[in-house]
Unconditional design. Structure first.
Lengths: 401, 212
């Protein structure tokens, strides 16, 4: 049995059980079911992993009490917590404000989950494992991902609540601000690889320099800068700490989710995690080599396991960031986007163009190529960083040590 | 440099993460229902009556039914009935004892005033907090059998205070014994005269010696 193509064999076997006329339908239905099951469970365990990791980052224990019904002595480290949360969310009362636009209020959580799931269709999960092979996959990914912003405004508008509406507008301001650096950080990859297809981009990152340095884009100056910009913008784009001010739990009620309760509220969170997972998957594909193994001798591990492992690593890193950084103010947020990330991303685009032009350089010229490319990244970073933090002396604490 | 603070912060949380697995001193969580809650020694909730002997709690109550606490209690949650007879206390002196001693814990506000005024160290503040009753009238009205707890329990919950109280009480009892012995000796020496002149100066130095 070949582990690499195991999911495909399984799919083809199930498809062959159906009559010929239905096979194309079952084929696609199976892809959808697989994405929903795998990433539904991934979402469930991301929530428990997030709570446990955040707890450990703050010297707490985290949820460890939920076990199984009828087997109460089995604690299972609290791993059944997400299912308990789901049951709680389903059994809660679903409150709809009397003045709300009932249709929009109902549609918003449905639409946001649907659009946030669309992105998974074009991610190459393994060497042969991609739900939909699209030539313009990245274009499609961002088009589908951006549509969730519509749902956020639907939620704010449909609630007929001033706080919800204002929060939805704030959320839109943030999302649109960060859409630009996000896409600009992706463009260099497209420029260098010369394709919009995610599977080809993942394929292009195969191979090793000197036998150990993988050809992942993150290991080039422009790729590293692009990856960092992508990380920051992805954090903001998925409403996560330190950019979670649209629904800052400790300050606002819940932003545009103020009038949502029960499972609809849970759906918004599901969409948020789906969006984060999809963006992380794109980041893995574009910069971290997709499903490629880091070392040649590790290639016996199936490629889809490598992808999921890198994806989990990205999620853990995002949780680590959440456990560390403080929430930004709205002016700091937009300043960071427009005065820092966008200029850097634009310069990085030029950097990628230089890299693509000098692809033929060899010998000692390779060092010159790396030096120039690194300088294009580092020098503006230092200058812009100094300008961004100009006027802010390092803070002195009178009472804290 | 921009971003160095972020890296430093990530280092701090990473240290927390690793440390939380091998350094139990970092963890602030008490897993309360599984492990008993660690209360500070000075924690106080509801008074209890101290008995000298756990095997005979009602016979060795320190309380002599003087009713000072009953009169001092701001919410008036203490009800005491004096006994008709007298029983010897720990020092052997015949004392009254409370025939009824009840505290309505629905009313008690754990102010500790009863403990402050008690001249016999008979009532002390307890550490209980898991109190529940199915009836808010009789269920919350604790009688002397429910209130009585042995001195060892007092030592368990407040070791420092209990040691101080015990030291004081034994010193007082020793002084009383010495006084009695001196009185007996004086009686033996001068059977014709009353023991009063010999006994009165004796307690002064004895008590002065016991106080510190």
């Amino acid at each position: 049995m070949n582990l690499e193509t195991l999911p495909l064999q399984l799919r083809d076997w199930i498809v062959s059980l159906f009559p010929g006329a239905l096979q194309w339908f079952v084929h696609h239905l199976l892809s959808i079911t697989a994405i929903l099951t795998v990433f539904g469970l991934f979402f469930a365990f991301t929530t428990i992993a997030e709570r446990k990791l955040l707890a450990r980052l703050q010297n707490r224990l985290g949820p460890n009490r939920s076990g199984l019904p009828w087997f109460r002595s089995l604690k299972l480290w609290g791993l059944t917590q997400p299912f308990a949360d789901a049951i709680k969310a389903i059994t809660k009362e679903d409150v709809v404000p009397a003045a709300a636009d009932k249709v929009l209020h109902f549609l918003a959580p449905v639409v946001i989950v649907a659009f946030s799931l669309l992105g998974f269709a074009v991610l190459p999960f393994g060497r042969h494992l991609i739900p939909v092979e699209l030539d313009a996959a990245i274009l499609y990914f961002f088009a589908a991902g951006t549509a969730t912003e519509l749902a956020i405004f639907m939620a704010g508008w449909g609630s007929r609540n001033k706080y919800s509406l204002l929060a939805a507008m704030r959320a839109l301001a943030q999302l649109i601000s960060y859409e630009l650096p996000l896409i600009l950080s992706v463009v260099p990859v497209i420029l260098v690889v010369g394709t919009l297809s995610t599977s080809e981009i993942a394929l292009a990152q195969g191979g090793w320099t000197w036998g150990f340095l993988p050809h992942w884009h993150v290991f080039t100056p422009w790729g590293f800068a692009g990856f960092v910009i992508f990380l920051v913008a992805a954090l903001a784009e998925s409403n996560r700490s330190p950019f979670d001010l649209p629904e800052a739990e400790s300050e606002l009620i819940a932003g545009h989710l103020t009038e949502y309760s029960g499972f609809k509220y849970a759906l918004f969170f599901m969409a948020e995690y789906f969006g984060l997972t999809a963006l992380s998957g794109l980041g893995v594909t574009l910069f971290l080599g997709g499903w490629q193994a880091p070392f040649a001798f590790l290639e016996f591990i199936p490629s889809w396991l490598w992808f999921m492992g890198k994806l989990a690593g990205m999620i853990v890193f995002f949780i680590w960031i959440r456990g560390t950084l403080l929430r930004l103010r709205i002016d700091q947020l937009t300043r960071l986007a427009w005065k820092f990330l966008v200029p850097l991303a634009l310069l990085n685009l030029g950097n990628a163009a230089f890299w693509a032009l000098t692809a033929g350089w060899s010998g000692p010229l390779v060092l010159v190529r790396w030096g120039i490319s690194a300088a294009i990244v580092i020098v503006p970073f230092l200058i812009l960083g100094r300008r961004l933090s100009a006027g802010y002396a390092s803070r002195t604490y009178r009472y804290a040590a | 440099m921009l971003g160095s603070g972020i890296l430093k912060g990530l280092g701090v949380t990473a240290k927390n993460f690793v440390g939380s697995y091998h350094d139990p001193a970092r963890m602030v969580t008490q897993e309360y229902p599984d492990t008993p809650a660690k209360l500070p020694e000075a924690y106080r909730n509801f008074p209890f009556l101290v008995t000298e002997n756990a095997t005979d709690p009602m016979g060795t109550l320190r309380c002599v039914a003087c009713q000072i606490c009953e009169k001092e209690c701001p919410p008036q949650c203490i009800y005491i009935e004096k006994s008709k007879d007298k029983k010897p206390d720990a020092a052997g002196k015949p004392q009254l004892y409370p025939a009824v001693f009840a505290i309505d814990t629905a009313v008690c506000m754990s102010c500790q005033l009863c403990v402050e005024v008690c001249p016999f160290d008979a009532i002390k503040m307890d550490h209980v907090f898991e109190v529940a009753a199915t009836n808010r009238f009789e269920g919350l009205l604790l009688n002397r059998e429910q209130l009585a707890k042995p001195n060892e329990y007092f030592h368990q919950i407040r070791p420092a205070e209990a040691a101080e109280v015990d030291g004081r009480l034994t010193a007082e009892r020793k002084a009383a014994e010495e006084k009695a012995r001196a009185a007996a000796a004086a009686k033996a020496a001068a059977p014709a005269k009353p023991a009063a002149p010999a006994a009165t100066p004796a307690p002064k130095p004895a008590e002065g010696g016991a106080a510190p």
